[in-house]
Design a protein around this ligand. Structure first.
Ligand code: MG
Length: 347
């Protein structure tokens, strides 16, 4: 497919070349003209309308891409936080969105090493902007309500740096625990963060978490955040563990008007390990496709566990071949590459 625009450009340039009128500017444009529009050039600023995330023209949009792993200093997966990795996901995987999972709990996270972790997140955002991708900046914590001031400081910086770009999407709370009540803890935390972000950035999407690792979207649907625009809700699933019951909750939330985004999902069990559950993954992807829901797969990692895309020791800066991919990585690359352009595999 990529050859066609290039060929067309070449054919169009022939009369100019024959006429001898090819200026330096023309030649420069021909060399640097993109073969296809980037996702952000194509869809523009995203917003929420009538329960859907829509593009600048008001059409529901569904984007696929990878989620980076915890950015934690010393955990080993922070090496993947580099611009070449993002470029390779854009060019070779056809990714349209990426997620920076900026660690915000435990030693080595933003709480004890803020500059290094923020720099990793900003590396991903800068590279996403460079490649015309959407980018989710995630406060990767299960206890965000314990560090509200730190979260506010971080997202104020994110909003100041990137709030005027269409690329940026905020994810203000990765996964509240099952004991973290929606109505009395998660919702008030979210409202506080939303109000702080909106002082700087009036419009970019903000994704809110929900109780039980972003599974209780039914509770959020019954008691949604009001008075703010462009608010979406995270749904997280691990296909090996989460099946009909969680799909029914997701459908309930959709039916009740929540705009969902699967900011994290896995092909394997909820603990990030186990074999790929291909049938359950495809059932989930059909739900996402049918409802124009964007999704990011967990995770860009070579940790020795089922959810990792890469085998141990894979390079950190792209150029990944089949040999660098785990079973999950191979399946996920196929899904991301073909999302929105080809039907899902039959099985
Ligand atoms: Mg903005």
């Amino acid at each position: 497919m990529k050859i066609l625009p290039a060929l067309r450009l070449f054919l169009l340039s022939i009369p100019v070349l024959i006429a001898g009128g090819c200026t330096n500017m023309d030649a420069q444009r021909a060399q640097t003209a993109p073969l296809h529009a980037s996702p952000v050039a194509q869809y523009g600023a995203l917003s929420v309308a009538e329960g859907h995330i829509v593009d600048a023209a008001g059409t529901p949009v569904s984007l696929a891409g990878p989620s980076f792993f915890w950015s934690t200093t010393g955990w080993g997966q922070e090496r993947f936080y580099n611009a070449d990795a993002v470029r390779f996901f854009a060019e070779d995987w056809n990714a349209k969105i990426v997620r920076a999972a900026m660690a915000a709990e435990r030693e080595g996270s933003y709480l004890t090493d803020p500059d290094a972790n923020a720099a990793r997140a900003f590396t991903i955002v800068d590279a996403a902007i460079e490649n015309g991708l959407y980018v989710v900046v995630d406060w990767h914590s299960h206890r965000a309500e314990e560090n509200v001031e730190e979260a506010i400081a971080f997202f104020r910086e994110v909003a100041t740096r990137y709030g005027d770009t269409p690329n940026l999407i905020y994810e203000i709370y990765n996964e509240p625990l099952d004991t973290t009540d929606w109505a009395t803890i998660v919702k008030p935390y979210s409202e506080t963060l939303i109000e702080e972000i909106r002082k700087i950035d009036p419009d970019n999407l903000i994704v809110v978490g929900s109780q039980s690792w972003d599974q209780d979207v039914d509770k959020a649907a019954d008691d949604p955040i009001t008075g703010h625009e462009n608010i979406a809700y995270a749904i997280h699933f691990y296909a090996g563990s989460h099946k009909d019951e969680l799909m029914a909750k997701a459908q309930y939330a959709i039916d009740n008007g929540l705009a969902l985004m699967a900011t994290e999902w896995g092909t394997v069990n909820y603990d990030g390990d186990g074999p790929v559950d291909r049938a359950s993954t495809l059932a989930w992807l059909k739900l996402l496709q049918d409802n124009s829901i964007s999704h990011m797969n967990w995770a860009v990692s070579d940790a020795p566990e089922g959810a990792a895309m890469f085998v141990v020791g894979a390079p950190a800066s792209g150029d990944w071949t089949d040999a660098h991919l785990t079973a999950s990585g191979q399946f996920v690359r196929e899904i991301i590459r073909n999302w929105g352009t080809k039907p899902l595999p039959a099985k």
